[in-house]
Write a new protein. Structure first.
Length: 504
């Protein structure tokens, strides 16, 4: 991590010009990211079923816009595979104009969701889900390189190996120039000079020869159109927000700073609106390219994000013939190093797994497994959070206890007149459902006291359970008194008791 900026302080645009070394780092990082964006954008365009220009223009407009509107400096947003998968059916069934309309609507939805506070939900994502998210994206980044290593000339393999060696050892010589940039330039020069025939960027698709222009989608502005695009727009908005906010949190951890998630959320929406009006396919934060920018290249400011977009446009429009010569082996090597650097190896070390509670490990495994299986980080994170909630509820439920604490002889004839039960713990749906079975309805005396001094009532399920217990005692001709509550717990009981349906 760079020590130029105080811990916890987000660098501004001006910080990029704080020193020649910092400016050089930001500029070169932007260039490396731009080179890595080209084949990715083309691939995602093909995945979405549109012309490569649609993905490339989306990456340019997303990166440039988010550099100003986003809440996380140095994070890269562009066309992504997750978004391509979501909107591909629109392009296939209805054409490009409907796809652009979907992107525009998704941008509006993202802005609205953020204004309603969806970004604040990030605090409910536990660490085990975050670790699973990181490990899953590392695996997905690596898996995405496998197709480039199958059915290719044998020369690809030594080229990838050389690229990896350069990125491992070059930083030991100097950190002035990002190692990924050295690997890309060196391998390109060697392949072109020797004349080896290996897959290159040009093989991925045709690069555009002109600048993007303003575009208004040619669709009927009717309710029928809205019915077609709304489900895809909502899915795109949710997936884009989740991936972007999770990536922002990851970069926060790497840089030891706290970003503005609300600004990042509506910034993504604005970026998608700009992208749509310029004929792009939309996008969100790119995890792999962000790791190249932040971890591999050391960028920390918005300038690197801005330049990534600017360099991308220059490379594909002005220097397209040269960029097309870059061997895919060089970019594969870069992404493999990103995958290795992204993986949280400590989390899967045998010693860590022995020390970690089984429930935490299970949450991480669910997040990784679902993400890798579906190739959708959003689904993996959602199911990981659900698993964590279930594990937490189960653990807390087992911490609730009930015990008999007193039997009072008030009749002076040896007969027990009152029995007291004391409940300790937090009462909610998971812990209170079994409460109804903990009493001796037939054997208890005429008066029963339930002492909740060391307990709290958190939901209607608990109130319903207490009502059920009271009804069971009443059916035996006995009375139940609840004591010891105060504050919100007492208010909740007073408000709901007897109004939820007898025995329910």
């Amino acid at each position: 991590m760079s020590t130029e900026f105080p811990t916890g302080v987000l660098p501004s645009f001006r910080a990029a010009f704080s020193s020649p070394a910092r400016l050089r780092t930001e500029v070169l990082a932007g260039l490396v990211v731009a080179l890595a964006l080209i084949p990715e954008a083309i691939s995602f365009s093909i995945l979405a079923g549109v012309d490569p220009r649609v993905g490339l223009f989306a990456s340019f407009t997303m990166a440039v816009t988010i550099a100003f509107t986003g809440g996380r400096p140095a994070m890269i947003s562009a066309a992504t595979g997750a978004i391509a998968l979501v909107i591909a059916p629109v392009a296939a069934d209805h054409g490009l104009d409907y796809l652009i309309a979907t992107v525009l609507l998704a941008g509006v939805v993202q802005v609205l969701l953020t204004l309603f506070g969806v970004a604040k939900l990030m605090r409910f994502i536990p660490r085990s889900v975050m670790v699973g998210f990181v490990n899953a994206l590392a695996i997905l980044i690596f898996m995405a390189q496998i197709p480039h290593l199958i059915g290719v000339p044998w020369l690809v393999y030594p080229l990838v190996a050389v690229g990896l060696i350069v990125m491992v050892f070059f930083p030991r010589l100097t950190g002035a120039i990002p190692a990924p940039l050295i690997a890309i330039v060196a391998l390109t020069v060697v392949v072109v000079w020797v004349g080896w025939s290996v897959p290159n960027v040009r093989d991925k698709g045709e690069l555009p020869g002109s600048l993007p222009s303003l575009l208004i989608p040619d669709v009927p502005w009717t309710l029928e159109t809205l019915q077609i695009i709304a489900p895809y727009a909502l899915a795109m908005a949710l997936v884009g927000l989740m991936e972007s906010l999770m990536t922002a949190k990851l970069v926060d951890d790497i840089t030891e700073t706290h970003s503005d998630k609300t600004r990042e959320g509506w910034g993504q929406g604005v970026a998608n609106l700009v992208t749509g009006f310029f004929g792009g396919m939309g996008g969100c934060a790119m995890i792999g390219q962000t790791m190249i920018n932040v971890k591999a290249s050391g960028a920390r400011t918005r300038l690197s994000t801005l330049l990534a977009g600017v360099f991308l446009l220059i490379l594909v429009v002005v220097l397209g013939d040269i960029v097309g010569l870059i061997p895919m082996a060089a970019l594969v090597a870069v992404m493999i190093m990103v995958s290795v650097g992204t993986m949280d190896w400590h989390s899967i070390h045998p010693r860590t797994l022995r020390l970690m509670p089984l429930s935490e490990t299970l949450v991480m495994v669910v997040t990784v497994a679902v993400t890798v299986w579906t190739h959708n980080l959003a689904i993996g994170v959602i199911l990981g959070v659900v698993t964590a909630m279930i594990m937490f509820a189960r653990r807390v439920a087992h911490m609730t206890t009930i015990e008999k604490v007193a039997e009072l002889d008030t009749d002076h004839d040896g007969a027990v007149d009152t029995r007291t039960y004391r409940v300790t713990g937090e009462l909610f749906w998971a812990s209170s459902n079994d409460l109804v079975y903990q009493f001796d309805y037939a054997g208890d005396p005429e008066h029963v006291v339930l002492d909740l001094t060391d307990a709290d009532i958190w939901d209607a399920s608990t109130v319903a359970t207490l009502d059920a217990v009271q009804h069971k005692y009443a059916a035996k001709g006995k009375t139940l008194s609840v004591i010891g509550l105060d504050g919100a717990s007492q208010e909740r009981l007073d408000k709901l008791s007897g109004k939820l349906g007898a025995g329910h």
